[in-house]
Structure formats: C-alpha cells, structure tokens
Ligand binder design. Structure first.
Ligand SMILES: [Fe+2]
Ligand SMILES: [Fe+2]
Length: 243
C-alpha cells in the first residue's frame, strides 16, 4: 500500500461479545472489509472480560475480517481479572492490541490506550484527600502518560488515537451527568492536543454523542456500537473516516 494515499479507517467500540454472541457482527465485518483499509475496535470487546467470550469475537474476526485490526481494552474486558488472556486470544487472531503502544498502517500512525475516568475540565477530580481518591487520579495520569509514550513512538505525519474512555465532555453528552466522571478524563486530551493528532476514536459512553472536538479542534468520534446502531438508519453501524 502506498504511504501517501488516503487510508480508510472503520471504527467501532463496545461490541460486548458474550457467551451467546457467536456471529453477532459477521455481516458488519464482511461488509467493512471491502469498504475500509483498517478496523479499530475501541474497547469493551467482551461483556465480562472472559477469554471464552473473546474466543467468539476472535472467531468472527478470523472468518470475516480481511483487513488489519487494531484494538484497545475497555473496562468490561478487565472485569474478570483475565485481561491478559483476553488480549492473547485477540492477538492470536491477528488483532494488534494497543496498551500504550503504537502501530503504523499505510503510513498512518495509531496510538492506543484504554484511558480512565475522573471527569472533565474544571470539575475534574484532583489528587487530594483520601488515598483512594489519589489512586483513582493516579490511574488517569498513568493512562495519559502511556498515551503520550505511544504518541512519542510515532514519526508519521498522520496520527490517530484509540481510547475506550472519552477525552472530552462533548462526546459523553446524552448520558446522565451524574456518571460523566466515570466516562472519561480531560487528562487524556492534553497529549492529543500537544501531538496534533488528526482524529480520536473512543467508546464507553453508549448513550453519548457521536462527534466532538478537543480544545485544539481535533475531531473526536464516539464510535460505541449502540450509538452507531441508533444513527446508522439501516447502514453499517460504524464510523468510516478517511485520513
Ligand atoms: Fe461498553
Ligand atoms: Fe466501557
């Protein structure tokens, strides 16, 4: 593939494969393989973070996806304490799992990390008071640092970020305001702006908004499958983006 032609990116998230999900997305996967050059899956690959759930998604990817796949883990993939096994199942199916790492496809760089909560803007949770609050904030800081490290590895002109959690408030709008702090963190936005990323894809906010932008006007897309299904009007429930 030439490195200066546009790359067609298809993005989804929150596919939530459970034990009954065999074949759930095979029609989407078949269709997208002709329309895009790379598929991004932005976390919540499984319902309970079980390797046997991941096996069903891996089987659908093996049988129906004919383009490279990049993915990050979501909070559901961490539920059973077996996220390494879930990642291995996906890697064995040829999926490149990004957890603070970067990948280059068709001249476009991709940096991925799960991310974490803490809230947005001036209402963001600060590391003050109880040790548990400090630990919560530290996890968001660590995730932002891992994203920065992944972006540092990229020397490409074009850069895309995959997250599970949202880096901005705009794409969680539609969810109950009470849960905004658990849907993302502004701490993830800073490296995105500083590295002049071209586009960001995330999930997690199933009832959020599909599009927003960072303070530096970098487009942010919430590609959560339930959200994409509601707006697809019978078309493919994914975001297609050319870069
Ligand atoms: Fe989800
Ligand atoms: Fe999630």
């Amino acid at each position: 593939m030439s490195t200066d032609r546009k790359l067609r990116v298809a993005a989804t998230a929150d596919v939530h494969y459970g034990k009954q999900s065999k074949g759930k997305l095979h029609e989407v996967f078949d269709a997208i393989s002709g329309d895009a050059d790379v598929l991004l899956i932005c976390g919540d690959l499984t319902d309970y973070g079980l390797p046997e759930e991941a096996e069903l998604l891996a089987a659908d990817i093996r049988a129906h996806v004919r383009i490279p796949v990049l993915a990050v883990l979501g909070n559901h993939d961490l539920e059973s304490g077996q996220s390494e096994a879930v990642s291995k199942v996906m890697e064995d199916a040829g999926v490149r799992m990004l957890n603070g790492e970067a990948a280059v496809i068709g001249g476009v760089g991709f940096a991925g990390v799960c991310g974490f909560g803490g809230g947005f803007g001036r209402q963001m949770l600060n590391a003050w008071g109880e040790p548990l609050i400090k630990s919560f904030v530290q996890e968001a800081l660590d995730q932002a640092l891992r994203l920065e490290q992944a972006l540092t590895q990229l020397t490409t002109d074009r850069r895309v970020v995959l997250l599970h959690y949202a880096p901005i408030r705009a794409t969680v709008e539609g969810e109950s305001p009470e849960i905004f702090p658990f849907l993302g963190s502004t701490r993830l936005e800073e490296p995105i702006n500083r590295f002049r990323v071209d586009a960001v894809f995330h999930g997690h906010a199933h009832n959020g908004a599909a599009e927003g932008a960072t303070a530096a006007q970098i487009p942010v897309f919430n590609v959560s499958l339930p959200l994409m299904q509601r707006r697809s009007e019978g078309g493919l429930p994914l975001r297609l983006f050319e870069i």
